[in-house]
Structures are given as structure tokens and as C-alpha cells.
Design a protein around this ligand. Structure first.
Ligand SMILES: [Zn+2]
Length: 65
């Protein structure tokens, strides 16, 4: 017999994409490695001031110095 457990709700919900502030217009992303990772890719932040990873939707924002 199994006990009726309430499963945590956030196990099903998709976490919001991370915003990562960087100080270089060239960034690399591998999704953080592990199960959520992806092949390492490089992006170049243009005049928009940010770039979004096509794999994991992380947003890299160039810091204003
Ligand atoms: Zn990524």
C-alpha cells in the first residue's frame, strides 16, 4: 500500500529563465552542465545590450560600466 503523498508543485513548473549580468560582450553558455546542460555555445552581445541563449533561454545582459 502506498501512502498518499502530496507532490511539490514546483516540480512540474518550468523555472523562469535566468538573467546573467556579464561584463564582456562575448559570453559562453553550456546551460550550467548536468541534465539541464547543452553543448557549449558562444554569443556576442551586440548593440541591443543582451543576448538570449537559444538552448536554455538564459539572458545575458551586458553590464554598464
Ligand atoms: Zn544556454
Amino acid at each position: 500500500m502506498e501512502t498518499d503523498q502530496t507532490s511539490p508543485k514546483d516540480a512540474d513548473s518550468v523555472p523562469p529563465p535566468e538573467t546573467i549580468v556579464v561584463h564582456d560582450h562575448r559570453v559562453a553558455c553550456d546551460g550550467g552542465g548536468g541534465a539541464l546542460g547543452h553543448p557549449k555555445v558562444f554569443y556576442e552581445i551586440g548593440e541591443e545590450g543582451f543576448v538570449e541563449c537559444l538552448y536554455c533561454d538564459r539572458r545575458f545582459v551586458l553590464a554598464h560600466d
